[in-house]
Ligand binder design. Structure first.
Ligand code: NAP
Length: 631
C-alpha cells in the first residue's frame, strides 16, 4: 500500500510546518485513539509566549505524529468520520492539558468549547415586531461586531461612524510599524478566521481583515460614515435615546451602544511650547500621509507601545532619531514575532480538521490568563520594589537576561533600559526590534521627560537639548475618559462625565451604568486587558451580553432596563478589591491603567474565563425594568 506521503506530498510538506502540540489533540479527535494522550506524545509546555512548534518531541516521535495525522486526514477526506467531533467538559479539559503541556483548570472547557465551535450556543434573538432598535457609535472592532450580532438577532440598528471606512483605531493609526502584538490567530473574531501572512499582523493586514469581515457580513449596509456623534440624551417619557451628530441631525433609538474604544482620543501632554514648534509635530495616531523622513532629524516623545513600533520602523531613514524616554518598559521576546507564516500552514488550517481550533486554543492559553496568577501581590514577598511575587521575579530575570543579551556590549543602554518596577506593571510589550534600533549610531536614547518644546526642537527636564525637524508624540490616549468628548445625558439630564468625573469611570461589568437606561458600553471601564489576551475575546463577551439582554427585554416586553445602583456598586467594590491585591495598584507604579488617585480605571482584574462567565447570560434581576406602554 502506498504511504500517505506519496499519496499527498502537498499535505506531507505542509505538515513539516505544523505546530506539533496542536496536532496531538487533532489525532485524538480524528482517531479516538487515547494512546496519543500518553507519553511520548505529550508536548512540553511553551516557555513564556513562545509558539513551541517542535513541542519538545524527539525527531522520530515528531515524524510518527505527522505520519499519523497524514493518514487520519486522508482517511477523513475519504469519508471516515472523526471519532470525537465535538469534545466538551472533562475530555476537552484533558485535550487542552495535552495541547499546552500544562494542567488546564476545568473551568476553561465551556468557554473553549464555544470559542472553537465544539458547543455553539444558540444566538440570542429578538422576535419580529419587538419595539427595540439601536444606535451604535463607532464601526471599529466592537462596533462592527455589534452590527453583525444585532443583525443576527433581528435588532434594527444603525452604526454612526466618524471616519469614512470601518476599522476604528486600525483605520486611523497608520504610523510606520503599526501592528498588533496579540497573535493574529487570536486577534480575529471567533467566527471569522483568516489565513494571516504573519504571526502578528501589521496594521495594513489587520485593517484589510476588518474590511473583509465587513464585506462578508455586509456590515456597511448598517453604517453611516462621516457621521460624528457629539451628544446623546435619554428621553425618559419616550424611553429613547436622542443622539445628536456634529451636523445637528438627531437620530433616535431605544438603545444606545457605545463602541468608541479606549484608545481613540490621542493625548498630547500639556508640555510648554507645544504649538511653537516650527516643523511637523503630530501624535502617532495622526501620522501625516505623505511625510518623508529622509535625512531629517526626528525626535520621539515617549517609549510606550506606539514608540516601540515607530522607532525600529523608521530608524535608518532620518538622519537621526532621538527618543525621549521618561520611563523604560519591560519588553518580552517572542520566537515567531517577525516570522512570516508559510502558505503551507494555510493548507494545514484548511485541510487538517480541528488544527486551526487547536492552534487558536494554544494561543489563547499562552496569551490569555496564564500570567494572571503571577500578577497577584504576595504580601510576604521580600523584594516588593522589583517584583510582586516569586514568579513575577522569575519573569523579571527572564526579561532582564533578554535585555542584557540584546544590548550586550552597551552597558550604557542596559542601564537606561532596565525598568525599576515589576514586569507587567505597565503594559507588557513584545520586542519589535526596539533594542536593536537603540544600538544604532543614528538613534539616541535620552532618559528624560520633555520640559519644553521650542521652535527648533525639544528640551528635556534634565536639560538635554535636541534640535529636530519632526517631533512624534507617542504619548498615548485619553484612556480614562470613556465616551469623551461625547456629551451623554441620562435620567434627569445628568451627564455621564459628571457622574464619573474626568477619570473615575465605573460600570457594572464595564458595560452599564445606573441612571443611564438602555446605554451599553463596549470596551468600557475596567475591561481593558492588562494581563494578556485578545481584546476581541472581550468584545465578543460584551456584545453577546448586550444582545442577550435585548432579547430578554423583548421577551418580557420591556422598553427600558437600568442596572440597579447596588448591583453596580457591588461589582465596582469587587473590581477594586480584586485590583487591591494586584500588581497595578502596587506602590510606585505609574501606568495608563490607573488614575491620579491610584484607582485602576481601565484594566480588568479578572481572568478572561471569569469575565466570560460573568457576561455569558444577562440577568434581568440586576436591572430595574420598565414595561412597554400600550399606545
Ligand atoms: P503609552 O503606552 O501610554 O505610552 C505613552 C508614552 O508617552 C510613555 O512612554 C509615557 O511615559 C510617555 N509620556 C506621556 N506623557 C509624557 C510627557 N509629558 N513627557 C514625556 N513622556 C511622556 O501610549 P501608546 O504607546 O500609544 O500605547 C497605548 C496603548 O495602545 C498600549 O498600551 C496598547 O494597549 C495600545 N497599543 C498597542 C500596540 C501593539 O499592539 N503593539 C501598539 C500601539 C498601541 P511614562 O511611561 O513615563 O508615562
Amino acid at each position: 500500500m502506498a504511504d500517505g506521503t506519496s499519496l499527498d506530498p502537498v499535505l506531507a510538506r505542509a505538515l513539516e510546518h505544523a505546530n506539533l502540540p496542536s496536532l496531538v489533540p487533532v489525532l485524538v479527535q480524528l482517531t479516538g485513539d487515547r494512546r496519543w494522550c500518553r507519553e511520548p506524545y505529550r508536548p512540553t509546555r511553551s516557555r513564556g509566549m513562545d509558539n513551541n512548534d517542535g513541542g519538545g518531541f524527539a525527531d522520530e516521535v515528531a515524524a510518527e505524529i505527522r505520519a499519523a495525522v497524514l493518514d487520519a486526514v486522508l482517511a477523513h477526506e475519504a469519508g471516515a468520520p472523526a471519532a470525537i467531533p465535538a469534545p466538551t467538559g472533562e475530555l476537552l479539559t484533558e485535550l487542552l492539558t495535552l495541547a499546552t503541556g500544562e494542567p488546564a483548570p476545568p473551568e476553561y472547557a465551556d468557554m473553549l468549547a464555544e470559542d472553537l465551535g465544539f458547543a455553539p450556543e444558540p444566538a440570542p434573538s429578538v422576535p419580529a415586531g419587538a419595539d427595540i432598535d439601536a444606535v451604535v457609535i463607532g464601526a471599529g472592532v466592537s462596533g462592527m461586531l455589534a452590527a453583525i450580532k444585532l443583525r443576527e438577532a433581528g435588532v434594527e440598528h444603525v452604526v454612526l461612524e466618524k471616519n469614512t471606512e470601518v476599522g476604528g483605531g486600525w483605520w486611523e493609526n497608520t504610523y510606520p510599524g503599526a501592528g498588533v502584538d496579540t497573535p493574529s490567530h487570536l486577534y480575529s473574531y471567533s467566527f471569522a478566521p483568516r489565513d494571516w501572512s504573519t504571526h502578528f499582523g501589521k496594521r495594513d493586514e489587520v485593517e484589510q481583515y476588518l474590511r473583509e469581515v465587513a464585506d462578508a457580513h455586509d456590515v456597511r449596509r448598517s453604517v453611516r460614515f462621516g457621521v460624528e456623534v457629539v451628544a446623546a440624551e435619554y428621553d425618559e417619557d419616550a424611553a429613547v435615546w436622542r443622539v445628536r451628530t456634529a451636523d445637528g441631525e438627531v437620530v433616535t433609538a431605544r438603545v444606545l451602544i457605545s463602541a468608541t474604544g479606549a484608545l481613540n482620543r490621542p493625548k498630547l501632554p500639556a508640555i510648554p511650547g507645544l504649538d511653537t514648534f516650527d516643523g511637523a509635530l503630530f501624535h502617532t495616531a495622526q501620522w501625516p500621509d505623505d511625510l518623508d523622513l529622509t535625512g531629517r532629524r526626528v525626535a520621539v516623545v515617549g517609549a510606550g507601545a506606539s514608540a516601540m513600533q515607530v522607532v525600529p520602523a523608521i530608524a535608518g531613514v532620518p538622519e537621526r532619531v532621538t527618543v525621549y524616554q521618561r520611563s523604560p518598559q519591560w519588553v518580552a521576546p517572542n520566537d515567531v514575532y517577525f516570522a512570516p507564516i508559510d502558505t503551507a500552514v494555510h493548507e494545514l488550517m484548511r485541510r487538517v480538521p480541528y488544527y486551526r481550533a487547536w492552534y487558536r486554543a494554544r494561543l489563547a492559553w499562552n496569551f490569555n490568563d496564564r500570567v494572571h496568577p503571577s500578577l497577584q501581590v504576595d504580601p510576604e514577598w521580600e523584594h516588593p520594589g522589583r517584583s510582586v511575587n516569586a514568579v513575577n521575579d522569575a519573569h523579571r530575570r527572564v526579561f532582564t537576561r533578554y535585555l542584557e543579551a540584546e544590548l550586550e556590549g552597551r552597558p550604557d543602554l542596559v542601564e537606561k533600559s532596565l525598568p525599576d518596577y515589576p514586569p507587567f506593571g505597565k503594559r507588557m510589550l513584545l520586542d519589535n526590534g526596539w533594542y536593536r534600533a537603540l544600538r544604532r549610531d543614528d538613534v539616541e536614547l535620552v532618559t528624560e521627560g520633555v520640559a519644553e518644546v521650542t521652535p527648533t526642537g525639544l528640551r528635556g527636564d534634565g536639560g538635554t537639548e535636541t534640535p529636530a525637524d519632526v517631533v512624534v508624540m507617542a504619548t498615548g490616549f485619553h484612556t480614562h475618559r470613556y465616551l469623551w468628548p461625547i456629551d451623554i445625558r441620562g435620567r434627569g439630564g445628568v451627564g455621564l462625565a459628571d457622574v464619573w468625573g474626568p477619570e473615575d469611570a465605573r460600570a457594572h461589568l464595564g458595560i452599564t451604568v445606573p441612571g443611564f437606561p438602555n446605554l451599553f458600553i463596549t470596551c468600557g471601564p475596567g475591561t481593558v486587558l492588562g494581563h494578556g489576551g485578545s481584546y476581541i475575546t472581550i468584545a465578543e463577551c460584551q456584545v453577546r451580553y448586550i444582545v442577550d439582554l435585548l432579547a430578554r427585554m423583548a421577551g418580557e416586553d420591556l422598553r427600558a432596563v437600568e442596572v440597579r445602583p447596588e448591583v453596580e456598586q457591588e461589582y465596582s467594590r469587587r473590581h477594586d478589591e480584586a485590583h487591591a491585591r494586584m500588581l497595578w495598584t502596587h506602590p510606585g507604579m505609574t501606568n495608563w491603567y490607573r488614575n491620579d488617585a491610584g484607582r485602576v480605571v481601565s484594566t480588568m482584574p479578572w481572568r478572561i474565563v471569569d469575565y466570560w462567565r460573568m457576561t455569558h447570560e444577562a440577568d434581568l434581576a440586576e436591572y430595574a425594568t420598565e414595561p412597554r406602554r400600550e399606545h
